[in-house]
Design a protein around this ligand. Structure first.
Ligand SMILES: [Zn+2]
Ligand SMILES: [Zn+2]
Length: 287
């Protein structure tokens, strides 16, 4: 693939395809430079120096790793029901048949993967449960089709998951003193992120969310993603590690709510509970 092709992306064609896809993600271009890709992903929603995407607020965009550089994906959202936010990771149940050549039977493993196809950065497909019978037992695994057309095999995704898992475990072993980790709300997930920051270069907040999910800290990962989408500037994994203690401290200091919820009494006497914007709790704590 030549750089000519990349620079000659006709954004008017992308816009036409994205409108036709009605909220589906469309590849807008592949940039040789990471900075150029990130810049385009930032400017497209604002239609800033990219007039094909006008008016501002008509498109969403994101950048992701692509085999040939940095991909930018866009979706058209104007006038459509608010689309689901992009997931920060995908959890699938897959068949694990071991790595040797002999038959060792099958086990089902739940794995956490990047939400994007490793080849083109397009969104991965939704899990569809599928039951099968083998050696006298029934199993349920997930199948999925990636909209980009690239096929994930169980072997390749298991390897992808185990690589992430090993990276996290090695980082913790080499760079975290687990005896020193406090018992604050996010101390454990922050220790994981700080360890990862020392071994991963230029990791993003979305990488942070994926590793948090993988480590069993899904709620922390969702708070990071919430903060990332609210920020105007790019948020890194290190920023995520700084943000979580700030959120924990804000929750400790909050006097506006009851366990993350604020009750309002309407004129009709009915109570309405609203999520506290400071605490950003996920579910109502039942007393
Ligand atoms: Zn793909
Ligand atoms: Zn609060």
């Amino acid at each position: 693939m030549t750089s000519t092709r990349r620079t000659l992306t006709k954004h008017s064609d992308v816009v036409r395809a994205a409108r036709a896809a009605r909220g589906g993600w469309v590849l807008a271009g592949v940039y040789a430079s990471t900075e150029a890709g990130r810049g385009a992903a930032r400017r497209i929603p604002r239609a800033e120096r990219m007039p094909a995407y006008a008016p501002a607020g008509t498109f969403e965009a994101y950048d992701a790793r692509h085999e040939d550089g940095t991909a930018v994906w866009v979706r058209y959202t104007a006038g459509l029901p608010k689309p689901a936010p992009r997931p920060t990771s995908m959890t699938y149940r897959v068949c694990d048949r071991g790595t040797g050549s002999g038959y060792v039977g099958v086990s089902v493993r739940s794995i956490v993967l990047s939400a994007e196809c490793p080849r083109c950065g397009g969104p991965r497909g939704s899990a569809v449960p599928q039951r099968f019978h083998e050696d006298g037992d029934w199993y349920t695994v997930d199948k999925w089709d990636n909209p980009c057309g690239h096929v994930d095999t169980y072997t390749s995704v298991l390897a992808e998951y185990l690589r992430d898992r090993k990276l996290a475990l090695d980082a913790l072993r080499d760079h975290a003193d687990l005896d020193e980790v406090g018992d604050g709300e996010y101390d454990e997930p922050v220790a994981l992120l700080n360890a990862l920051a020392l071994v991963l270069r230029s990791a993003s907040a979305r990488d942070a969310s994926r590793f948090l999910e993988l480590g069993g800290y899904g709620e922390a990962g969702r708070r990071v993603e919430e903060e990332r989408t609210a920020r105007e500037t790019r948020m890194t994994l290190r920023d995520a590690a700084r943000y979580l203690p700030e959120l924990a401290a804000a929750r400790d200091a909050c006097t506006k709510c009851d366990g993350g919820w604020v009750d309002y009494r309407g004129r009709d006497g009915e109570f309405v509970s609203l999520r506290c914007g400071t605490c950003r709790r996920e579910a109502r704590a039942h007393a």
